[in-house]
Design a protein around this ligand. Structure first.
Ligand SMILES: *Cc1c(COP(=O)(O)O)cnc(C)c1O
Length: 390
């Protein structure tokens, strides 16, 4: 019997090592990784320059407390702000913690304006994490059920529906912020309209609300830009990052700009591990390699190649509803639950994911080659066809 707490329905496979977009299991079988540990392994596995940078840092200093100056944090914060246009960064260890920081920041921002019970607008089908505040902000009953009482102070509206947000603005004087994913990941690779995001920015300005973007899954080059909001020309007040930032080393970040800056003062928020020298080296090296190897342009082009490949191979297949996404954040929606495809693909040496019951989700590492993407299509498309005909 396993002594690991039973929180995941795990697939019966154990990996021992990897290289690039490939993983090997304990039997020596090779798998093409089209999931990257859910958008985490930005640089694939065992990237030589990344590994060398981490090894060097481990030999010098892994951790020192946030009661001291941490040079790596300064460098990574500088880099993130330079790339995003944001102004200051709080470092955490994960996405939910980055969102906790954002939620706390929004509440404190409200309190400073005399709003005693501030609330935050969140979206249907949103996913923001598994801590109590972030599961309360999440728009999925399965994530919340059994954990009531939920954290209060969230107002839910449909995704991509500006009128719904305007309605709340008219009736609810306690709102201080909107928290939204530019592309919903767990919710099924659903993208906000550019026009919606521009008008939401405008509305947040008019209402003096913080626009808070959860880019935990869609950030760090995956969509072909550093951050998904950069497809729109707007700047958020708060942005959260995690998954892909450390290429597998846990690191999260909550960034603030404009009216959100300066909200936290010493004592308001903290983390023991957050932003330690190892995590910051992982973040900084990931960003540098994305830049040096032009991986964003590659993500954009490869994403188009993969979507075009699906469109050609699945043309006319009954029940294939939509092929969508941006860059290397790709969803194929079917008209029936398709969780079984994950096991079928695994048997054929391909790692994929299914989310929102009926959406095949692909989040390959940014280093996947076009040849490997073709191999992925060659395995997956026949599986989908067979599955839809059965
Ligand atoms: C994964 C995810 C989170 C939670 O991140 P953890 O590191 O698992 O806490 C939050 N928001 C989004 C959009 C995510 O995809």
């Amino acid at each position: 019997m396993s002594h690991v707490m039973n929180t995941y329905a795990r697939l019966p496979v154990t990996f021992t090592h990897g290289e690039g977009a490939w993983l090997w299991d304990t039997d020596g079988k090779r798998y093409l990784d089209a999931l990257s540990g859910i958008a985490v392994n930005t640089l694939g596995h065992a990237h030589p320059r990344f590994t060398a940078a981490l090894a060097e840092q481990i030999g010098k200093l892994i951790h020192c407390s946030n009661v001291y100056q941490v040079a790596g944090q300064e460098s990574l914060a500088d880099k993130l702000c330079g790339l995003s246009g944001m102004q200051e960064v709080f470092f955490s260890n994960s996405g939910c913690e980055a969102n906790e920081a954002a939620i706390k920041l929004a509440r404190m921002y409200g309190h400073k304006q005399g709003i005693e019970s501030p609330s935050i607008i969140v979206m249907e089908k949103a996913f923001h994490g598994r801590t109590l505040a972030t599961l309360s902000a999440t728009g999925n009953r399965k994530v919340q059920a059994g954990f009531e009482p939920l954290v209060t102070g969230f107002v839910r509206v449909p995704y991509n529906d500006l009128d719904a947000v305007r309605q709340v603005a008219q009736h609810n004087r306690s709102v201080v912020a909107v928290l939204v994913e530019p592309i919903q990941g767990e919710g099924g690779i659903r993208t906000l309209d550019i026009e919606y995001l521009k008008q939401l920015r405008q509305l947040c300005n008019e209402q003096n609300w913080l626009l808070m973007l959860d880019e935990v899954q869609c950030g760090i080059g995956r969509t072909g830009k550093w951050f998904a909001f950069q497809h729109t020309g707007i700047l958020p007040d708060v942005m959260t990052l995690a998954k892909g930032l450390g290429s597998g080393v846990p690191v999260g970040a909550c960034l603030a700009a404009g009216k959100a800056t300066g909200t936290f003062q010493p004592g308001n928020h903290g983390s023991t591990f957050g932003g330690n020298p190892l995590a910051c080296t992982a973040g900084l090296t990931t960003l540098n390699i994305i830049e040096q190897d032009k991986l964003m342009a590659h993500a954009e082009a490869l994403g188009q190649f993969i979507r075009a490949g699906f469109a050609a191979a699945l043309q006319g297949v009954n029940g294939v509803k939509e092929i969508r996404g941006q860059g290397l954040m790709i969803g194929v929606e079917l008209d029936k639950p398709c969780g079984d495809l994950v096991k079928l693909a695994l048997a054929q040496g391909l790692l994929i994911n299914v989310t929102a019951d009926s959406v095949i989700r692909l989040l390959p590492p940014l280093v996947m080659s076009q040849g490997e993407a073709q191999q992925m299509l060659d395995i997956l498309c026949p599986l989908i066809k067979e599955f839809m005909h059965s």
